[in-house]
Design a protein around this ligand. Structure first.
Ligand SMILES: [Zn+2]
Length: 234
């Protein structure tokens, strides 16, 4: 069976002497890995279209054990080649890694696809959004069903009120000060402002959230929370 699909290339690695194994997120079929026969050869026309972080139209031949890529045509490079600040490139590569980790094989993930695409477009704009990657991380985890508990304490279930609260990365959510003393998990203090930001992210789109003005300390706090949380969760 052969089908055509739109996909974003997540990564590729060499296979044998001249082939490439390409992992991509298809908008209609989810995450897949397929082989591009001969794509490592210098004259291969396929290889250029199979670079990570491109949106491409792919023709895929589904096999019993191995799927093969027929054609690939680039539709969108997201400006990757225009504004390659090291930070933007790092963020995009890391985002692709996270998308690969949270997406199950062969399961349609339209929301994750569209969100990842939106992130890539914003990431390579000439305007730099300092909180983009942190916000992306929290929203991606939410779309993958890994949203932290932000209303009630994970242990005693009391409503979290402003004050000394903690974020439990392992169990994914907030812990009140009373319970934080009793538990020995990996908890990090979280400010009232950071809790507000995380709650806000749930209800508003990425573009609207990016309009939030966070001071440097708060921005750094959210960044650390996002990094630690994603590392514990996936
Ligand atoms: Zn508690």
């Amino acid at each position: 069976m052969t089908f055509n699909t739109t996909a974003i290339i997540l990564n590729r690695r060499a296979f044998k002497e001249s082939d490439l194994l390409v992992t991509f997120l298809s908008r209609d079929l989810g995450k897949m890995t397929a082989m591009a026969i001969g794509a490592k050869k210098i004259k291969s026309k396929l290889a250029g279209h199979l670079e990570p972080l491109r949106e491409v139209k792919l023709m895929v031949a589904v096999g019993r054990e191995i799927h093969k890529l027929g054609q690939a045509v680039t539709m969108n490079t997201f400006g990757v080649h225009k504004s390659q600040t090291p930070e933007a490139v790092w963020q995009a590569q890391r985002a692709a890694e996270l998308v690969e980790k949270v997406s199950p094989q062969w399961q349609k993930e339209t929301k994750i696809y569209d969100f990842f695409k939106q992130f890539l477009s914003l990431n390579f704009q000439s305007k730099f959004f300092p909180n983009l990657f942190s916000f992306f991380t929290f929203e991606l985890l939410r779309l993958a069903g890994l949203s932290p508990e932000l209303q009630n304490c994970l242990h005693c279930h009391d409503v979290i009120s402003p004050g000394k609260n903690y974020f439990d990365f392992q169990h994914g959510g907030l812990i009140c000060s009373n319970c934080a003393i009793k538990t020995k998990e990996q908890n990090q203090p979280i400010s009232n402002e950071a809790i507000k930001v995380l709650r806000y992210l749930r209800h508003y789109s990425l573009t609207k959230s990016l309009a939030l003005k966070l001071n440097d300390n708060l921005s750094l706090e959210i960044k650390n929370l996002a990094e630690n949380f994603v590392n514990y969760q996936i």
